[in-house]
Design a protein around this ligand. Structure first.
Ligand code: ATP
Length: 938
């Protein structure tokens, strides 16, 4: 379906298109539901948790690429039937690309932005995969067709630049030289606005040439990502096509810039119920994207007439470079890409909101004329005029007079200027030609090598960057590693790669890999330390996370589909080798617990990141070890239902044995901060690790109590007022026995005396409306694994009962593997309700075991919202707190009584005074004298 609400031409509002992609493998495995629907140019998103909540949006274009497609033998995605609703690459180009091309040829600046969460299809729409060419290559094809078709009337030159913005640094993706420290500088000139200083601009004369340059740029992006240990989905890729046209007939020159921007994944760092990270604001990774959002919001405000809005273009590199595209001199299109799946609801909704705001931005596009080109034209025209005058002067016989001399001087000066401009232009072309030849030679060479030798092929988390690096293994022995010491070295970079990491031996058409001392090598998920013979399509992980696919000799290759060996495949295999096999049970089974499946995918996503964090910790001497864990794998709630699984990262200080448990979100945030520090360290800049203050150290956190595990104490006996004594097994998150806990539940009187056998109830409903008192006795913990591992530790037990809003905790006990807790809580329900009976008969008290470490504060029971009688009895039915009323009433009664007493005593003293005054009056009357100052007394 290709819905169109407005024409590309006309008003200069930013045009917005949305596109929804097919389910990916993960989403299919998870049995995802599609929550996006489209009708005409409107799109509706359904909240998967609430059938009543749906939001509709209207955009300029809405593309349904979710279903109704087929794949032809060449791999091209097409609509299943003619005129079907599936929007293929060609139809997207027709709407968006054609408009941009048309604008550019007219001399307008044009910008195309792709926005959406990671994996939602930005690169697919912008660049495309294989035969499914995206907007950029098709635009180039069409641009050169247009240029060639009109060669007679206009001269056109196309220049190509490609850059990446990562962590506010600009990397030139076409530069062959070493990367400038801190990236290229962004400068500002009044005429040009913001631009990247020293960015390589390559003249091109064919779409094929642009394609080669894009390949080169993608390769640089891949290697830069590996060297910097950066994640490409966090970077923005910007292609700038400059089109210069000289229209001889009209005697004008036009210049237009086409910005093609593949933005970083838009996913936000959601708190996901976990604590906010104290270092959250520390990273600049998201600065450009956040600022882009702020610029868009501010411009949307301006568009609806809000005054005095500051547009924060200068805050980030991306917004500086896109200033003309946003609210300036450009015709701009944004394509917002969406996953169709229910699990992506929050992100998709946020993308739609973002796109809605972008829709309101108004630009003021004007045709650009290039000053240099205009200058050449003007100089030539002036010279033609001067020549005319000169010949007229000649005819008049004034060849030697002053005017003739002046004209000659001017003519020479103008010619020199024209020649200087043209020479510069020639140099540019020559350079491009040389470059082009070099590149062509290297591509031909690479193709020849591929036909002759086995090689390893890089696999990247970003599919767009996979398969761009090929490292050939010709016959003989080859070292692979950081060192480029001999001609028989294969150079690779990456975290955890040693100077000499491993050797490849290629003999008799068989390749064997031998890891060298201390290096990490994993083949098909299994760590290897011995020589291993490689088979075609073996998966190699070198160092922390440099992933390669081994491609054997051409004779072994056959027609297998290599695409299934993607980044996820490598890490699922690794997880399986570590015993985490959820993927196999999960995939294809509709019965699988979705939270288990989500946890599995999070697990494989975090595994390589954790390996990298460990490597950085080691290289920076941080002394901490990271490990992925599945929280709640073995734990259940008070009804015995499985708790939602969640991936966490356990951080352990190797020396002090201190432990932290970080949520996934916190770890991911910290990992980016670690990368920043690591990169500074690598570049020799910034702080030495020893000088890094703790509050800025992403490897460090203040200590907090840790939840070690929980035990279930079923409450059914209380419904019958039967005492219970239990030895409970406290299970850790992953099912380990953390301790044995000795407990008792003792039904008692309101004064705490245990009830006798005669108080046992035959029918729990006899409790209805009556008060129930009982004591929870936590006697002893035995065999505490937490303390066995390190004596400097303590524990506490915490629990939350029935309607209590706050948990209650025992006091902390320290340094003892079998500590006596000897703690007794007296709890009471004042008016046993049906709900309470149901609770007692069907629920357990979840007793949580909390681990304390030296220097970490113990947990205390917060009394806020907790009801308690004057005797210290905790009231567990909050809704009917009659006793509390009694407590409150009695205290107000007491206050009233005190007040009454005061009034009484005041009254009696007044009476006494009254009496004495009466006597005085009486005495005065009888003596005929009125006492001074005295009044009549009533
Ligand atoms: N319209 C579509 N039709 C078919 N497949 C698609 C479509 N859009 C995306 N895909 C597939 O979805 C996967 C993810 O897409 P893509 O790499 O474009 O995401 P992305 O948003 O660019 O992610 P990243 O931020 O990691 O670069 C790719 O395998 C791609 O082939």
């Amino acid at each position: 379906m290709r819905a169109k609400a407005a024409d590309m031409q006309g008003k200069d509002c930013v045009k917005v298109a949305v596109r929804v992609r097919p389910f990916n493998k993960r989403e299919r495995d998870a049995g995802s539901r599609c929550i996006i629907s489209m009708a005409s140019s409107s799109i509706t998103i359904q909240d998967p948790r609430n059938a009543q909540t749906r939001r509709s949006f209207c955009f300029d274009y809405a593309y349904w690429s979710h279903s109704g497609f087929t794949r032809d033998p060449g791999g091209l995605y097409l609509s299943e039937e003619a005129g079907g609703r599936y929007a293929d690459q060609a139809s997207v180009f027709q709407d968006l690309g054609e408009g941009i091309l048309h604008n550019a040829l007219q001399g307008y600046n044009a910008t195309l932005l792709a926005y959406g969460q990671t994996g939602s299809g930005k690169s697919y729409s912008m660049v495309g995969y294989g035969p499914n060419k995206g907007l950029v290559p098709t635009l180039c094809d069409r641009l050169f067709q247009a240029v060639k078709g009109k060669q007679d009337s206009r001269q056109c030159q196309v220049f190509f630049s490609m850059l990446e913005i990562y962590n506010e640094q600009v990397v030139d993706l076409l530069s062959r030289g070493s990367r400038a420290l801190g990236g290229l500088r962004v400068r500002e000139e009044q005429q040009r606005g913001f631009y990247v200083e020293g960015l390589r601009t390559v003249p091109c004369d064919s779409a094929q040439q642009v394609e080669q340059l894009m390949e080169q740029g993608t390769r640089t992006r891949t290697t830069a990502a590996t060297h910097m240990n950066a994640n490409s989905s966090r970077s923005h890729m910007l292609i700038i096509l400059q089109l210069k046209q000289i229209l001889s007939k009209e005697s004008i020159t036009k210049q237009s810039n086409i910005n093609l921007v593949d933005l970083a994944g838009s996913e936000r760092q959601r708190a996901s119920g976990s604590e906010a990270d104290r270092l959250k604001e520390g990273t600049a990774i998201n600065l450009s994207l956040t600022t882009l959002g702020n610029v868009i919001s501010a411009l949307a405000d301006v568009a609806v007439g809000k005054k005095a809005v500051h547009i924060p273009y200068r805050v980030s590199v991306l917004t500086k470079l896109l200033q003309s595209a946003l609210g300036g001199n450009s015709r701009t299109v944004m394509i917002a890409t969406l996953s169709p799946a229910d699990i992506c609801y929050e992100e998709s909704l946020s993308t739609l909101r973002y796109a809605e705001r972008a829709k309101r931005i108004q630009n003021r596009a004007v045709v650009n004329e290039s000053p240099t080109e205009r200058l050449v034209k003007e100089l030539k025209a002036e010279n033609a005029r001067l020549q005319n005058r000169l010949s007229r002067l000649g005819q008049e016989g004034r060849r030697a007079d002053e005017e003739t001399k002046e004209i000659r001087q001017l003519l020479t000066h103008n010619e020199l200027q024209i020649r200087a401009i043209q020479t510069l232009w020639e140099q540019h072309l020559q350079e491009a030609l040389k470059d082009w030849e070099l590149q062509y030679a290297s591509i031909t060479q690479e193709r020849r090598m591929m036909q002759m030798h086995p090689y390893i092929l890089n696999i990247n988390e970003d599919a767009q960057l996979s398969g761009v690096v090929k490292l050939f293994i010709p016959e003989g022995e080859w070292d692979i590693g950081l060192a480029d010491a001999s001609p028989r070295s294969i150079l690779i970079k990456g975290l955890g790669i040693q100077e000499r990491h491993a050797t490849f031996r290629n003999e008799q058409r068989q390749v064997a890999l031998t890891p060298l001392a201390g290096s990490k090598v994993i083949v098909n998920g299994n760590p290897v330390s011995q020589t291993t013979e490689l088979q075609h399509l073996d998966r190699l992980i070198l160092g922390s996370n440099s992933t390669y696919l081994f491609i054997g000799y051409p004779s072994e290759r056959g027609s297998d589909d290599w695409s299934r060996y993607d980044y996820d495949y490598f890490h699922s295999e690794l997880a399986a080798a570590e015993g985490i096999n959820l993927g196999e049970t999960a995939a294809g089974s509709s019965q699988t617990d979705p939270s288990l499946l989500a946890a599995f995918y999070d697990y494989i996503k975090l595994m390589p990141m954790v390996a990298e964090a460990n490597q950085m910790s080691q290289e920076l001497n941080k002394g901490v070890l990271f490990k992925v864990e599945i929280k709640n794998l073995a734990l259940s709630d008070s009804k015995g239902h499985d708790l939602e699984k969640e991936i966490v990262v356990r951080v352990t200080s190797i020396e002090s044995k201190q432990v932290w448990v970080w949520s996934k979100v916190k770890f991911v945030n910290r990992k980016f901060l670690m990368e920043e520090i690591y990169q500074q360290h690598q570049a020799g800049e910034g702080l030495s690790m020893a000088a890094l203050p703790r509050e800025k150290d992403p490897f460090w956190d203040p200590l907090e109590p840790l939840l070690l595990g929980s035990a279930h104490l079923w409450l059914q006996s209380l419904a019958f007022r039967i005492p219970l004594e239990e030895q409970l097994e406290v299970l850790g998150s992953e099912g380990t026995e953390e301790a044995i806990l000795q407990t008792q539940l003792v039904p008692c009187t309101s004064t705490g005396l245990p009830l006798g056998e005669e108080d046992i109830l035959i029918d729990p409903s006899e409790l209805l409306g009556r008060r129930l008192d009982f004591q929870l006795v936590l006697e002893q913990c035995c065999g505490l694994r937490w303390i066995k591992a390190c004596r400097n530790r303590g524990v506490q037990i915490g629990f939350r009962l029935f309607e209590c809003s706050q948990p209650l905790y025992t006091p902390a006990v320290w340094h003892n593997v079998n500590p006596l807790l000897d703690h007794r809580f007296h709890l009471a329900c004042l008016h046993s309700s049906q709900r309470l009976l149901h609770y007692l008969q069907n629920s357990a008290l979840v007793l949580e075991l909390w681990g304390l470490q030296e220097g970490c504060p113990a947990l205390t029971s917060s009394m806020e919202g907790v009801k308690m009688t004057t005797e210290g009895i905790f009231i567990i039915d909050q809704s009917v707190a009659a006793d509390t009323l009694t407590v409150n009433l009695s205290s107000s009664m007491r206050a009233l009584q005190e007040e009454l007493e005061e009034l009484r005593s005041a009254n009696s003293s007044l009476k006494k005074e009254n009496h004495s005054l009466r006597e005085q009056v009486h005495a005065a009357r009888s003596g005929g004298v009125r006492p001074a100052g005295s009044q009549a007394v009533c």
